[in-house]
Design a protein around this ligand. Structure first.
Ligand code: PMP
Length: 410
C-alpha cells in the first residue's frame, strides 16, 4: 500500500464533489453504509453497459465474458479473505442473508431440544433473530455471552460455552454499536478444539481488519459489500471446506441443480458454491464487490485502521468535555471508528436532526441491537462512525453541532 493521503482518498469518492449538499457533507454514518469510490462505480457501470448478459447461462461472447468476470470477482473475494478454495465463497444478498442461510440451512436440521446456541449481548438483530428463531423451532436455548463493565465480552462468565451441549456459537467480530473488537481468533480456536461450529459476523470489520479465514479457523463468516465501499444488494457467505456438505441450500431455483425431475429425491444439487446461488447472479454487484476489495487492498486495512483511529480518538476526547454526554464505546476500542453516546438532556433523535441540519450525518436509534441497548438501559444512542474519507473538519462539525444542540435545548 502507498502512504495514506487523506485528501487523495477523499478525492476517490464522487459524492463529496457532486452538489452543494454533498460537498459540505460530514458523512459519519459509515457503520450503516459506506460511500462508493469512482473505481467501484465505473466497474459496475462497465458491467451493465459493456457486457451485460446472463452469468453461467449463455454461449455467446459477452455471456462468456460476464461469466468469466463474475468468477474472477469470486476469486478476488477468495483472495481477500485468504480462503483455500473459491467453492467456499458464496455470493448472496448480504450479511443478513448469510446468517439466515446458516441458521436455517445448517443448524436447524441438526439442532435438538435442550441444546444451547450461544450469541453475545452485542449482536446486531441480523445475528440474533435467526438464532432465536431456530432455537424456538427446535426447543433449544439461546444463551448469551454477557458484557463486562469494560464493554468487552465476559467469556469467563459464559459457563458452558464450550460444553458438549453447545450446538453453535455465533458472534460479531466488531460491534456495530460499541465498536468493540472481539477476540474472534481465540474463540474460533477454542470452538474448533471442541468441534463446535462457529459463525463470525464480520459486517463491521472488513475495512479495518485483514481477515484470513484459514488461520481464523471459523466454520462460517459473513459480510456485506455495502459497508466496505461496495454496492448494496450483495454480500458474502464463507463456508469452510469441511462444512460445505453440511449446509442445505435454502434458495431453490435456477442454476443450482445438475438434475431434477418429478420427485424431490431425484434432485441432484450442483457443486458448491453454485448450489447456494439460485437465480440469476448479481453480475454488477459481484463486479462492484470485487472492485471494493481492490480499493480496500490499495489503502491497506492497517493504514485505514490507523487513520480512522486517529479521528475517532479526536472525537472521543472532544466528547469527554461534555459533562451531559455519556459514551458507550470503550476507549480501548475506538480504532473501529464507531462511537456511540447519549445525552442526558437531549433525545438521540433530536441530536441527529440538529446534526443533520448542520450537514453532519449520524445514526440515532437502537441500531438493530435492542438486547444491547437494554443492557445499558437506554432506548437510543447517537452513533458516529468514521471512515477513510472523513477529515478532522468532520469531527469539528459534529462537535459544533452538539454545542449548538445544547444551546437549543438549554
Ligand atoms: N451485523 C452487523 C454487525 C451489522 O452492523 C450489520 C448492518 N448494520 C449487519 C450484520 C447486517 O448487515 P446487512 O444489513 O448488510 O445485511
Amino acid at each position: 500500500a502507498v502512504p495514506f493521503d487523506a485528501a487523495k482518498v477523499k478525492a476517490c469518492f464522487p459524492i463529496f464533489f457532486d452538489n452543494a449538499l454533498t460537498r459540505k457533507l460530514s458523512y459519519l454514518d459509515n457503520a450503516a453504509t459506506s460511500q462508493k469510490p469512482l473505481s467501484v462505480l465505473q466497474a459496475m457501470d462497465n458491467a451493465v453497459r459493456s457486457y451485460c448478459s446472463p452469468v453461467h447461462r449463455g454461449f455467446y461472447p459477452i455471456a462468456e465474458q460476464s461469466t468469466q468476470r463474475y468468477e474472477q470477482a469470486r476469486q478476488t473475494l477468495t483472495d481477500f479473505i485468504s480462503a483455500k478454495t473459491s467453492a467456499s465463497i458464496i455470493f448472496n444478498a448480504s450479511a443478513t442473508d448469510g446468517i439466515n442461510q446458516i441458521a436455517k440451512g445448517f443448524l436447524l436440521p441438526r439442532l435438538s431440544a435442550g441444546q444451547n446456541v450461544w450469541v453475545t449481548r452485542m449482536e446486531h438483530h441480523a445475528n440474533y433473530l435467526p438464532w432465536l428463531f431456530v432455537c424456538d423451532k427446535a426447543g433449544a436455548n439461546l444463551r448469551i455471552i454477557e458484557l463486562s463493565d469494560n464493554g468487552e465480552l465476559d467469556i469467563d462468565g459464559a459457563h458452558g460455552l464450550f460444553a458438549d451441549n453447545t450446538a453453535m456459537i455465533a458472534l460479531s467480530h466488531t460491534s456495530n454499536v460499541l465498536g468493540t473488537n472481539n477476540d474472534v481468533y481465540a474463540l474460533c480456536k477454542k470452538a474448533r478444539e471442541h468441534d463446535i461450529p462457529i459463525l463470525i459476523d464480520a459486517a463491521q470489520a472488513m475495512v479495518t481488519h485483514s481477515l484470513d479465514v484459514e488461520s481464523l479457523s471459523c466454520d462460517f463468516l459473513v459480510f456485506s459489500a455495502h459497508k466496505m465501499f461496495g454496492p448494496t444488494g450483495i454480500g458474502l457467505l464463507y463456508i469452510a471446506p469441511h462444512r460445505l456438505g453440511d449446509v442445505q441450500p435454502l434458495r431453490l431455483g435456477g442454476g443450482m441443480v445438475d438434475f431434477t425431475a418429478d420427485t424431490f429425491a431425484q434432485t441432484i444439487w450442483s457443486e458448491p458454491p453454485y448450489c447456494f446461488e439460485a437465480g440469476s447472479p448479481n453480475l454488477a454487484g459481484a463486479i462492484g464487490f470485487a472492485a471494493a476489495c481492490e480499493f480496500v487492498n490499495a489503502i491497506g486495512q492497517h493504514q485505514a485502521k490507523q487513520y480512522i483511529s486517529s479521528l475517532a480518538l479526536q472525537l472521543y476526547q472532544a466528547l469527554l468535555d461534555f459533562d451531559r454526554v455519556k459514551l458507550l464505546t470503550p476507549l480501548k476500542h475506538v480504532s473501529s471508528g464507531i462511537i456511540s453516546f447519549y445525552h442526558d438532556d437531549i433525545h438521540a433523535h433530536d441530536l441527529a436532526h440538529i446534526m443533520g441540519d448542520a450537514g453532519v450525518a449520524v445514526r440515532a436509534g437502537h441500531h438493530c441491537a435492542q438486547p444491547l441497548l437494554a443492557h445499558f438501559n437506554v432506548n437510543s444512542t447517537v452513533r458516529a462512525s468514521i471512515s477513510v474519507y472523513n477529515t478532522p473538519e468532520d469531527i469539528v462539525a459534529l462537535i459544533t453541532a452538539l454545542r449548538h444542540a445544547q444551546t437549543v435545548f438549554a
